[in-house]
Design a protein around this ligand. Structure first.
Ligand code: PXG
Length: 294
């Protein structure tokens, strides 16, 4: 049996899981979404992801017709129906079906889709070898134009960054904000280790998505005795970093070994990165909302 997709309270086989062409998520990218992992039969950081979803919706004045608890149950049920133990969940809440004008007031109310399926963002061997990345010429949109903390259905800027990566024959690109500070990747957050062995990541106010993986990696790193700082840094700091890695729900934690053709450290995943990868996977396997009875 193929996958079962949740749409507005009912389940449909993948082939029949369809939404209207008049849906404003499709017409205008008017909506919000979340990507969540299931590890070992447990939904990782479900509450945190749902809180971010409801915060994104609140900002764009999108009313989600389910309470957070109902959304939690719908998400668990979607994973359960698909009998998945390790998976990726995509929750999409769109403005719903409207007419051909922008006006969200004319929309039917929000449409909710929950998909649980497999995802692999980067080939497995790159988690051992590390990624080569570039810095994109596309800049991050500023918070006073379109707040990067909103996980909206408008991912065009991120897609342009991903296209730049492909054109440079690498799998990921980093983005700078208008002031030239490094902010994040196309769908992930960034960390570097400086010459003093401190772990640095850009602060939220520079214009990033406040990644849930980022937050847990900072917590684990502090438990490991590392000094962790949320500070602005530039391309120069990237180039002279001793280690670098990216974090995200889809990407998990992946080492970066070259940036704009400058090797990072020894050009191999560093010891701090490898330890944090190991600790992160260990944490993820044992924490989270249980989907099945143990
Ligand atoms: N920054 C951006 C812009 C993101 O979209 C992250 C950081 C990491 O956040 P979390 O909470 O997941 O640690 C994201 C989320 C993809 C893809 O296919 C990636 C995301 C969302 C959707 C698709 O690469 N990443």
């Amino acid at each position: 049996m193929g996958i079962q997709v949740y749409i507005d309270g009912a389940f449909f086989p993948k082939e029949e899981a369809k939404v209207s062409v008049f849906d404003h998520g499709f017409l205008y990218g008017d909506g919000v979404f979340e990507g969540i992992r299931v590890y070992n039969g447990r939904i990782f950081k479900l509450k945190e992801h749902l809180e971010r979803l409801y915060e994104s919706a609140h900002h764009i004045l999108l009313n989600i017709p389910l309470s957070l608890e109902e959304m939690e149950q719908a998400t668990i049920e979607t994973v359960r129906r698909n009998k998945l133990r390790d998976a990726y969940i995509r929750i999409v809440v769109s403005r719903g079906v409207g007419d051909l004008g922008l006006d969200p007031e004319k929309c039917s109310g929000s449409g909710i889709v929950i998909i649980a399926d497999k995802i692999s963002l980067f080939p497995e061997e790159l988690y051992d070898k590390g990624l080569e990345v570039i810095t994109a010429s596309t800049r991050q949109r500023s918070a006073n134009i379109q707040e990067p903390r909103i996980k909206s259905l408008n991912y065009l800027n991120n897609i342009l960054i991903k296209i730049e990566a492909a054109h440079a024959d690498v799998m990921e690109a980093l983005v700078l904000n208008a002031q030239g500070y490094v902010v994040e990747g196309s769908g992930c957050n960034i960390f570097i280790v400086n010459r003093n062995g401190e772990l640095l990541t850009p602060p939220v106010y520079l214009g990033i998505l406040e990644g849930i993986t980022r937050n847990i990696v900072m917590e684990i790193a502090r438990q490991e005795g590392l000094i962790v700082k949320e500070v602005p840094f530039t391309r120069h700091d990237l180039y002279i970093s001793r280690e670098c890695f990216l974090t995200g729900t889809a990407a998990e934690l992946i080492p970066v070994v070259s940036i704009d053709r400058r090797s990072v450290g020894e050009g191999m995943p560093g010891a701090i990165t490898k330890n944090l990868m190991h600790k992160f996977h260990d944490y993820a396997r044992h924490n989270g909302v249980l989907v099945y009875e143990e």
